[in-house]
Write a protein that binds this ligand. Structure first.
Ligand SMILES: Cc1cc2nc3c(=O)[nH]c(=O)nc-3n(C[C@H](O)[C@H](O)[C@H](O)COP(=O)(O)OP(=O)(O)OC[C@H]3O[C@@H](n4cnc5c(N)ncnc54)[C@H](O)[C@@H]3O)c2cc1C
Length: 133
């Protein structure tokens, strides 16, 4: 498993469509069946520019090793450049396995994907939620 994750990290530097390895920093239990993962690069390095510049409405492909890969919206504050947060409902094959992850576990990420919502500075905020089914 560790060898596979190292290979993925090396390949991801060469090909942005391949997953990068991230580490779970914290798991927040939001409700009985919903949780949020706070992720950081597994190599301890800086958050890659594409993740620190994600915009509202975008999602990543999260790859749970041994279980599979699913699209999950980025739910953290785009202005917070030091954390990458995803909020997940623990239903379905991959998300159930994802709900068993703990701090220190590793996960693969590709992204961000999707067209962001236009959020103009200084205009009244509109809030929406998408993706959790
Ligand atoms: C762009 C995008 C963004 C998304 N963002 C998020 C996100 O932020 N968070 C998130 O949790 N999901 C999100 N999803 C949904 C998630 O990616 C899909 O549901 C995906 O199929 C999950 O894969 P899985 O293997 O966990 O579930 P699967 O096993 O593929 O399928 C889901 C199965 O879970 C069961 N199921 C689904 N919903 C319920 C329910 N409400 N109650 C009971 N059983 C249910 C059903 O049996 C269903 O067939 C997003 C999807 C897209 C396309």
């Amino acid at each position: 498993m560790v060898t596979m994750q190292r290979e993925l990290l090396t390949m991801a530097i060469l090909d942005p469509m391949l997953p990068r390895v991230y580490e779970v920093r914290q798991v927040h239990r939001d409700t009985a069946d919903t949780f949020s993962l706070d992720l950081a690069p597994a190599d301890g390095g800086e958050m890659p520019a594409e993740y620190t510049q994600h915009a509202p409405g975008q999602f990543n492909m999260l790859y749970v090793f041994g279980a599979g890969e699913v699209p999950i919206s980025i739910s953290g504050d785009p202005a917070n450049r030091s954390s990458l947060i995803h909020t997940i409902r623990a239903v379905g094959a991959v998300r159930r396995v994802m709900s068993t992850l703990n701090a220190g576990d590793q996960i693969g990420i590709r992204g961000p994907f999707g067209t962001p919502w236009p959020v103009a500075a200084g205009r009244p905020a509109e809030r929406g939620a998408s993706g959790i089914s």
